[in-house]
Design a protein around this ligand. Structure first.
Ligand code: ADP
Length: 282
């Protein structure tokens, strides 16, 4: 045993014959944060509506009276501030950053709020990106938060892995489209959460159908995804299907994503919040 041994294997990165517990990669919360529950919104690939679902969930939680926050961990494609119409500068001291707040009262931290030119690409390597996400957890004074939604980086690579390991995630929501459900991409995202011991709270099939504004008929433009079958095979008991809707993308583009109301999403949000809160409203 090293003479500098603290006896705490979880915080030690050394390889040692006396190791009695695996190293924990969990990052500490900021002393000015009291985040009670963390829900990660993940997807196998980008462009499936992950950020939209993260925003819709957070908006539903906020409307239900929960103190809500969004940590935008999609560092190379941060879209949360624009979709909520937030362009205020982040305030901070050398010790901590203070998150921005949306019109609906959602606290938000995103790299886009810190960049001088949000239109410039973020050309950073994985460990740097993962380090920023950890700082968003540890160096941001989140205050009192009932539920934090994390917009995860897409995929199952190094960065989402580090995020899952660093933040105290209570459960994950997986977002997919009907096309992806047919392949193995979504299954991989579900399995990754399982390997991290993070329960999958539910699956959202985005762009599942288009509802004709004239006759009300529902058209599965991308084919029927078979979400229910997929969910059953992976032991997931909450499924939400949301339509592709030009009004949705128009609201996002106008910075008014909080105003989007999709009944199925509101019901889904209530059920998964019940799950992470242990069945009762906090
Ligand atoms: P991701 O986070 O997976 O990359 P986004 O949430 O940024 O995907 O969505 C990609 C684009 O598709 C955005 O412009 C968004 O407004 C649009 N979009 C997502 N879902 C829908 C939908 N159901 N109806 C219309 N547009 C959508």
């Amino acid at each position: 045993m090293s003479e500098n041994c603290s006896g705490n294997c979880e915080s030690c990165g050394k390889t040692c014959g006396d190791r009695s517990a695996p190293q924990s990669f969990l990052a500490p919360q900021n002393p000015k944060s009291n985040v009670r529950k963390v829900i990660a919104v993940a997807s196998g690939k980008g462009g499936v509506g992950k950020s939209l679902v993260a925003t819709l969930l957070a908006a539903a939680f906020a409307r239900a009276g929960k103190k809500t926050a969004i940590l935008d961990a999609d560092i190379t494609g941060p879209s949360i501030p624009a979709s909520l119409g937030i362009d205020q500068e982040i305030q901070g001291t050398e010790h901590e950053l203070v998150p921005a707040t949306s019109r609906g009262g959602i606290k938000v931290m995103s790299l886009n709020l810190l960049l001088e030119d949000p239109a410039s690409p973020v050309v950073w390597r994985g460990p740097v990106i993962a380090g920023v996400v950890k700082q968003f957890w540890s160096d941001v004074a989140w205050g009192d938060v009932d539920v934090m939604v994390v917009d995860m980086p897409p995929g199952t690579g190094d960065v989402p892995l580090t995020v899952f390991q660093s933040l105290h995630v209570d459960g994950a929501v997986i977002v997919t489209t009907p096309q992806q459900l047919v392949g193995q991409i979504v299954g991989k995202a579900v399995k990754m959460a399982g390997m991290m011991d993070i329960p999958v709270l539910g699956i959202v099939e985005n762009m599942a159908y288009f509802k004709c504004p004239n006759c009300g008929a529902e058209h599965s433009i991308y084919g029927k995804g078979g979400t229910d079958d997929f969910a059953q095979r992976h032991g997931i008991d909450e499924v939400c299907r949301i339509p592709i809707d030009p009004a949705v993308s128009a609201a996002v583009d106008a910075g008014r994503a909080e105003e989007i109301r999709i009944a199925a999403m509101d019901d889904f949000a209530r059920r998964i919040l019940d799950k992470v809160q242990g069945g009762g409203a906090a």
